[in-house]
Write a protein that binds this ligand. Structure first.
Ligand SMILES: [Fe+2]
Length: 346
């Protein structure tokens, strides 16, 4: 078996491959690591056959859907998953065949209703049901302390104590433990009594994960994240550096249209000399009238360099094939002490 654990900000994902057949499954992938998964799979000569999420994640953005499209492989989740794009809905006791490997599904609700663990030979990927020295929280959507107690004490902890535990989270850089070690040392598992366990879980008072609503929106509906929209736009447009723009403004000011897409107030407080004001919100409405020549070179700027990237991508789609985005925004321009003009548009 080829088994790779990847970590990003406390989230763990797993590439599990069959060395004999080169088939693989990717468990709990996140969008920030897509290139690494693909690179790792090709380094091992693996073909990813399944994209698996152990549950609906509330704290990171799942890459299953995006990779499934790219690789032509199905997204597999427990049948209780609310995501409409799940291709393969799994039930307790089901198995996925990954070459000669068997990935066995254990439905372990509690952290979420759709939580499952995957047992693979001598190890088990426990998702957020059982963590090293902890358990998944039960205060996020569809969490249930009572169900978690049942999943842990009546199912997971009854498995072979030697079974290796690979969780989907660890914030202390640990890689794995065993069922036996968790039974012996995991503080939460010392509270056997159901009522006391539920009481403890209800009173953890954890702060909400950052990006909670965006993660759920993305993971449940397959929606794009803001970061993805920006990354896609950034990949579709060229950029111009602040230094380059400053030189060009000085030497040949009429050759280039500097398009400032901020609001009027920000523009009038300070803009690049000669810049044209066209707020992002009015871009499509005013583009025909304000930018009649699609062959002109246009450099787009905004406050932080992100909205300008989206606006440039829109301009390129609209046929302005020489539109470029400023690499950095007016904030960086001011910090670099490049010249500014205040007041209305000329
Ligand atoms: Fe989770």
């Amino acid at each position: 078996m080829i088994f790779e654990q990847l970590s990003a900000g406390g989230c763990k994902s797993y590439l599990v491959g069959c060395a004999d057949t080169s088939a693989a499954a990717l468990i709990d992938p996140e969008i920030g690591l897509i290139d690494r998964y693909l690179g790792l799979a090709s380094r091992h000569g693996l073909r990813i056959r399944y994209l698996v999420d152990t549950h609906t994640h509330a704290d990171h953005f799942s890459a299953t859907r995006g990779l499934a499209r790219q690789l032509g492989a199905p997204v597999a989740m427990h049948r209780m998953s609310p995501a409409p794009f799940v291709d393969l809905r799994l039930d307790d006791g089901d198995m996925l065949l990954v070459g000669k490997l068997r990935l066995q599904v254990l439905h372990t609700p509690g952290h979420t209703r759709d939580s499952m663990c995957l047992r693979i030979e001598d190890r088990i990927c426990t998702g957020d049901t059982l963590l090293i020295g902890g358990t998944g929280r039960t205060d996020l959507p569809s969490g249930d302390p009572d169900a978690l107690h049942d999943s842990l004490f009546n199912h997971l902890l009854k498995l072979d104590p030697a079974l290796l535990v690979f969780p989907s989270h660890d914030y202390k850089g640990r890689s794995h433990s065993t069922i036996g070690e968790e039974i012996a040392t995991n503080q939460r598992l010392q509270v056997h009594d159901r009522a006391q366990f539920c009481e403890m879980m209800r009173n953890l008072n954890l702060s909400m994960p950052s990006h909670l609503t965006e993660a759920l929106r993305s993971n449940m509906n397959g929606a794009k994240t803001v970061a993805q929209m920006l990354a896609e736009a950034a990949a579709a447009v060229p950029f111009m550096s602040l230094t380059e723009l400053n030189t060009r403004v000085g030497s040949c000011p009429t050759e280039l249209i500097i398009l400032d897409v901020r609001e009027r107030e920000a523009y009038e407080e300070g803009h690049i000399a000669g810049a044209k004001l066209l707020p992002r919100g009015q871009l499509e409405l005013r583009v025909n009238q304000d930018l009649p020549d699609p062959t002109r070179r246009i450099v787009v700027c905004c406050e932080f360099g992100r909205i300008s990237t989206l606006a440039t991508a829109t301009l390129r789609e609209l046929g302005f094939q020489r539109a470029v985005a400023l690499d950095g925004g007016m904030k960086a321009w001011r910090e670099a002490a490049y010249p500014l003009k205040a007041g209305r548009e000329p």
